[in-house]
Write a protein that binds this ligand. Sequence first.
Ligand code: PLP
Length: 437
Amino acid sequence: MSNHSLLARSLANVWHPCTQMKQHERLPLVPIARGQGLWLYDFEGRRYFDAISSWWVNLFGHANPRIGNAIRAQLDRLEHVMLAGFTHRPVIELSERLSAMTGGALGHAFYASDGASATEIALKMSAHYWRNSGHPEKSRFLCIEGSYHGETAGALSVTDIALFREAYAPLIKFSTTVPTPDARRGPTPQEAAARAADALHAIVAEEAAQIAAIIIEPLVQCANGMVMYDAEYLRRVRTICDRYKIHMIADEIAVGCGRSGHFFACEHADVLPDFLCLSKGISGGYLPLSLVLSSDEIFEAFYDDDTTRGFLHSHSYTGNPLACTAALATLDIFERDNVLERNRERATQLSEIAEPLRRHPRIEHFRQTGMIWAFDVKTEDPDFARKLFSSGLEHELLLRPIGRTVYWMPPYLFDGDDAAFLVQRTGDALEAVFAAE
Ligand SMILES: *Cc1c(COP(=O)(O)O)cnc(C)c1O
């Protein structure tokens, strides 16, 4: 089968996500035949280093035998059963293990399939908690400037990226946006965090009576161009939330599962949110799975003889056994391979290798948090991201810049040679774009 015939068929009948389909008149789709480890292969033998973990989901490589075997074994036992009124071993074990990983503090796991659904669940649970607690007026949310929490209508209400939400403004109940702690605003990351926290404090002090929760992306606002900030902001958010009685929702869909360096990004500040959302990496990038962890206090506000005080939300595939099994296999790899410690070595090594790139005259704000690296390219070209994406493919790299921000979010299995390849080819791809200016 050739790449070419697949392209035409895909364009005829598949509506691709996050895409102006007409762009594919100029920018060909990339048909992928198979994946192995860090690599994706097309039908004609070309390969691409998956430097963004297939949009931040893949943690331990493509065709990972440990995750694959676990799913295959589960497939012969139980592929799915509804979770309303029924339960099964994978969902129980996963919930127990995640609870234990929060020291038992967030011991109630509610499941869905996509990140945006997890966001919606956390928002609905928070507002419903306040209603059940005699405060129905606490029904508004705060989100951070430049936030991204998914693209369903509820999730868009706390997503501050105009491109994604402008067309749907009439459908959306907008939330209050608070200033970003973006470290680039300086003068130091700590001061940028303190300034944003002061601004948050002022808003909350005024409006707390109507606010149910603030939703944040701990440490890195990924979709808005890998905006990184100091952990002090998380501590301040926790303190403000406690003082003014509003919930803290940590959307760790992108930064959870070791991406920040700790398993949960909130660990960097030694705080626990009231709700913690996970998706993307939790299933190792194998199957759609998302979940919201919450505390006993939240859970108990719903526990009642009255049905309407319960959380009556559901999705057909809630707690799917195959997806939960993939998540259990993923957690096994974290434990058995000492992944977080190995990642610290990987991070140090990749950062060292990237040192010359960091000093490139066209690159600024080179930054890193855990297993996320990003830098901004000095360019006026509005088409820069698309050009570097194409140039990346020509250099055997899957990069997907956001505006003029280039980032790496590789699976947790690269060695020194892989890191050298990634840095070298990113530099080559950039030079090719600069040379064509
Ligand atoms: C990707 C992402 C989401 C949405 O997840 P989907 O599975 O794409 O719906 C929400 N929040 C953050 C921080 C994300 O990175």
